[in-house]
Design a protein around this ligand. Structure first.
Ligand SMILES: [Zn+2]
Length: 354
């Protein structure tokens, strides 16, 4: 029965770069590991561009561009006809992992991906939670496995930012029971749970990530989903303080940021040069309303970052999909909004002409 102001924000106050979207996906996977080169496209450019134009979204980064012929198709569909509106990232060829000479081959492959148009690389949580010694069987391969060192160094040499997703909400590492704050979501998607079996703990994943950040100081990393730890902004801030090569983005975590609005606002003020705008938008992604690409999704994001509206839904969905709570707007300053919406991404993605 709460009567509070409702501010409509159909268009962002300043131009936006959405650094985390999925306009194509690897067509095949095996036990969670993408295999093969083919991609499925999730939308047609004209439909995406109309939403972007209405919302003041200048550019979208399609992170999941796969590699080889799939990458070529994603580049040809999105980036080549609209180079100022779309950017495509490549992904490692996980299914080559067991072949002799893989570490150097993968590093060299990034050079070929760059020649094909890729602007960066996306690391799904394949690394750390799915990829195994025999690709889909055997022990899990750790995030800081040295066999990927040539790949991380190639990223630095090519100026490829690394968009990395290594852990999920802390609740996904706990039992799916009545004490779990994401019970409904996990009950609906039990395969999202990393509790038990041979999975590393949340803290072990973060520790492996930190070793990676420390070992490759010249490589720029973007920690997706608020550095994979939106529930613990103090820990994210500590990582940003410790690793100058680390940045974060906000995709699919305004539900977390918005239930701690005072801490979040302080975080944005303090790290205003290190946070990038991202949504995890998937055209047609009805299974995850918090990621469903469209006007409604962007309006919620803009309302959250720009206004001080109180107690509103964080996803275009009748039931909050990532926990039954609502959020409070941050009312970020114009200075912070400009950096967060555009300027930080412009710098990290290398769009800015020297
Ligand atoms: Zn994503």
């Amino acid at each position: 029965m709460l009567h509070v102001p409702v501010t409509e924000v159909p268009r962002a106050k300043f131009p936006v770069i959405d650094v985390h979207t999925h306009l194509s996906f690897s067509a095949k996977s095996q036990n969670g590991v993408p295999v093969g080169e083919a991609v499925n496209l999730t939308a047609a450019p004209a439909d995406v561009l109309s939403v972007m134009d209405r919302g003041n979204i200048r550019m979208m980064v399609n992170l999941t561009g796969n590699h080889g012929s799939g990458l070529a198709e994603a580049v040809k569909t999105w980036q080549t006809p609209h180079p100022d509106r779309f950017m495509v990232f490549t992904e490692p060829s996980w299914d080559h992992f067991t072949q002799p000479g893989y570490p150097q081959w993968q590093a060299d492959e990034l050079g070929r991906a760059e020649a094909a148009g890729a602007k960066g690389i996306k690391i799904l949580k394949t690394l750390g939670l799915y990829l195994r010694e025999q690709i889909s069987s055997g022990p899990l391969v750790t995030i800081d496995d040295k066999r990927f060192d040539p790949m991380w160094e190639a990223c630095a040499a090519l100026g490829f930012p690394v968009s990395i997703h290594i852990a999920d909400p802390e609740a996904f590492f706990l039992p799916i029971d009545r004490f779990n704050e994401r019970f409904e979501e996990l009950n609906g998607h039990p395969d999202w749970s990393f509790h038990g079996k041979d999975f590393p703990s949340f803290n072990e994943l973060i520790a492996a990530r930190d070793r990676l950040l420390a070992r490759h100081p010249k490589t720029t990393f973007i920690g997706l989903h608020v550095g994979h730890d939106a529930e613990n902004l103090a820990a994210v801030g500590a990582a940003l303080d410790k690793y100058p090569n680390f940045h974060v983005e906000t995709a699919a975590r305004i539900g977390e940021l918005g239930r701690q609005p005072r801490a979040s606002k302080k975080f944005f003020d303090r790290y205003q040069d290190r946070v990038l705008f991202g949504t995890d938008a998937v055209p047609g992604g009805k299974d995850t309303p918090q990621q469903l690409f469209g006007d409604a999704l962007y309006q919620i994001y803009f309302r959250f970052f720009e206004t001080e509206d109180e107690y509103f839904d964080y996803a275009p969905s009748p039931v909050p999909p990532q926990g039954r709570w609502r959020i409070y707007g941050l009312g970020l300053s114009d200075q912070v909004l400009r950096k967060f919406y555009y300027e930080n991404a412009e710098r990290v993605l290398g769009l800015k002409k020297a």
